[in-house]
Design a protein around this ligand. Sequence first.
Ligand SMILES: NC(=O)c1ccc[n+]([C@@H]2O[C@H](COP(=O)([O-])OP(=O)(O)OC[C@H]3O[C@@H](n4cnc5c(N)ncnc54)[C@H](OP(=O)(O)O)[C@@H]3O)[C@@H](O)[C@H]2O)c1
Length: 172
Amino acid sequence: MFTSIAGRAVVVTGGSRGIGKGIAAVFACNGARVLITGRSEQDLAATAEELGVSYLAADVASKADCQLVAGCAADRLGGIDVLCANAGIFPDTRLADITEEDIDHVLGTNLKVTILSVQACLPLLARSGRGRVILTSSITGPITGYPGWTHYGASKAGQLGFMLPESPEAVS
Ligand SMILES: NC(=O)c1ccc[n+]([C@@H]2O[C@H](COP(=O)([O-])OP(=O)(O)OC[C@H]3O[C@@H](n4cnc5c(N)ncnc54)[C@H](OP(=O)(O)O)[C@@H]3O)[C@@H](O)[C@H]2O)c1
């Protein structure tokens, strides 16, 4: 039997478009209170109006911004029951041409947003008593590879390495 998500407080990083927008729409349609994040205020405002959700412009590759997101969720949603750590980038660069900056950009976004956003939201997730984290990884990396996405695949496989369960005592 499924548990209703009506009334749950849900944060979706990268919720302004694409997969994150779809995730936010499904939660909102089922009665959850949703906060979406992204960097473009313009995209966020349009999506928030369309879905009837709340938004905050934040760069979740920044620890300070992740803390702002958690604080905003506490103020506007009263906490966090579900964090969807979805924000990510996938620039296409062949391995022979990848620069150090490309590596820093992809790993520093995809892996960092995962770790920092979950870390910032941990106290509220623990306080919820039913906190859940949903990561958007990919088949690219953990399952298969694709030319141009070696650094991306490494970042997506890295997310699975991060997804190790900690005991409730460790996070509370
Ligand atoms: N598309 C696919 O086929 C596919 C397949 C498997 C997995 N995925 C994964 O699914 C996730 C979403 O992909 P998508 O296709 O929906 O991408 P998308 O349409 O480009 O959307 C990415 C979202 O993440 C946000 N974002 C990116 N960097 C951010 C940052 N530093 N801080 C805050 N927000 C940031 C973007 O908003 P701003 O640009 O305004 O910041 C946008 O809302 C990614 O993690 C991706 O790796 C995608």
